[in-house]
Design a protein. Structure first.
Length: 447
């Protein structure tokens, strides 16, 4: 990817203050679409987990490794050098190239004939997606004023639940009709067209020469880490968010499997009412409920934080703290109720609470460093969140499920239920870390 982004940026664009309101709306909308595609391609494997497992003869830990660690290692470690590149090169072009790479590897996942080939394809998806969010966060922060930063980043972050919605719904329906391989093709190929659109229409607001000069003096990882070392708020928020990601990413590949294993008759009956098979129905149901509710939660988190943060900056960490604590009993109820439809509906409340942290956390990370370090700060934050959350979450939940199912002889249905229950309690630690950040955030915001 580095070679593809080496050419100088296109002719100098106007500064952010000169961008028209319609163009800003268009740019934010296009970046949201890019992030939606990001999470379609990342999350489609979650609804395909059971068909893939049955077709290739895999264990739950294989699913966790494939959907988590194999993807996350390359995603997190490449995010840092790509962020450094974004501090000095054309950010829209980096985003476009990244989108093309991960879309192509998503489509190639449909050609995999065994576990190893599928893991390699997922690594390719991770390599591409590493080039998306750090430059996007930096670009959005330049596009909007500080008092709208949390809302703008929350709007972008709606790509997570919306992408999950489309990935789960489309992936499940296509898999039922044509098989899991075709689902990868359908989800991957549209991103190639959007990559061209992003490259041609997104504006780089920095002058290329000035960005390169700043990069040569300031923008290296050592400087960013030195600046962040003085920011207690950043580290508290980063590790709290990584716990939230551990739980969210850990649950994602196994939620559909939980319902298919524990409520097979109810899911089949519900699906029949809508003319769908079980996998298609649960993918559509979880996608619509969790995706819509998750988007509402992401936007609410940003709006609430911006509104109350204008009076007291502690709102940026208070909002995710309270949400983290409330989600524990709600999630446990959803997983333990004997009624599948009720459990699915209650998960919508959990989805709202589980995404409230996006805007406040990302805005905080962008606000504790000077402008020339924002892409790097975003990459460091995502490095922590994704290495802990995406890298370990699915693998840990999958391993717990296998352990409960075999060592304790509970079977695969109860094994996955208790793996999901146990893994939701770290929310209490996330609450404590967010709440502790209230002591330092007011003194550490720089702009």
């Amino acid at each position: 990817m580095t070679d593809a982004t080496e050419p100088a940026a296109p002719p100098a664009a106007p500064p952010a203050t000169a961008l028209s309101t319609p163009y800003r709306a268009y740019a934010l909308g296009l970046l949201l679409l890019v992030y939606v595609l990001n999470f379609i391609d990342r999350s489609v494997i979650n609804i395909l987990a059971e068909p893939i497992k049955n077709d290739l003869g895999l264990a739950d830990w294989h699913i966790g490794l494939m959907s988590g660690l194999a993807f996350a290692v390359f995603y997190t470690f490449l995010g840092l050098p790509i962020a450094q590149l974004a501090e000095r090169r054309n950010r829209p072009l980096i985003i476009a190239v990244a989108l093309a790479v991960w879309s192509a590897f998503t489509a190639l996942s449909g050609l995999a004939q065994n576990f190893t080939q599928l893991v390699l394809a997922r690594i390719g998806v991770g390599v591409g997606e590493a080039g998306c969010t750090p430059p996007a966060h930096s670009l959005i922060t330049d596009y909007v004023p500080r008092e709208r930063r949390a809302s703008a980043l929350a709007f972008y972050s709606m790509g997570i639940p919306l992408g999950g919605l489309v990935g789960m719904a489309v992936g499940g329906i296509v898999a039922d009709a044509y098989g899991w391989r075709v689902a990868f093709f359908v989800c991957g190929l549209p991103g190639l067209a959007v990559a061209v659109l992003a490259a041609l229409t997104l504006v780089e607001t920095r002058a290329p020469q000035a960005a390169k000069a700043k990069a040569l003096r300031f923008d290296d990882l050592k400087d960013a880490l030195r600046a962040l070392a003085q920011k207690q708020t950043f580290w508290l928020v980063a590790f709290a968010a990584s716990i939230k990601a551990f739980i969210g990413y850990g649950h994602a590949p196994f939620t559909a499997s939980f319902f298919l294993r524990n409520h097979p008759e109810q899911i089949a009956e519900l699906g029949a009412d809508f003319g769908l098979k079980s996998v298609g129905f649960i993918g559509l149901a979880l996608g619509l409920i969790a995706g819509t509710a998750g988007a509402v939660g992401a936007m609410l988190g940003g709006l609430i934080a911006d509104r109350f943060g204008a009076r007291d900056l502690r709102a940026y960490v208070s909002v995710p703290a309270v949400a983290a604590l409330l989600t524990v009993p709600i999630y446990v109820f959803a997983i333990t109720t004997e009624y599948a439809a009720l459990g699915i509906c209650v998960l919508a409340i959990n989805a709202i609470l589980g995404t409230l942290w996006y805007g406040p956390v990302y805005a905080t990370a962008q606000s504790v460093v000077p402008p020339h370090m924002r892409a790097t700060a975003a990459a460091i934050l995502l490095f922590i969140i994704n290495l802990v959350g995406l890298g370990l979450g699915p693998l840990a939940v999958g391993a717990l499920s296998d352990f409960f199912a075999t060592a304790w002889e509970w079977g695969s249905a109860e094994g996955i239920r208790w793996a999901l229950i146990v893994s939701t309690f770290p929310n209490v630690i996330a609450f404590a870390l967010f709440w502790r950040a209230r002591r330092s955030i007011r003194a550490e915001i720089v702009g």
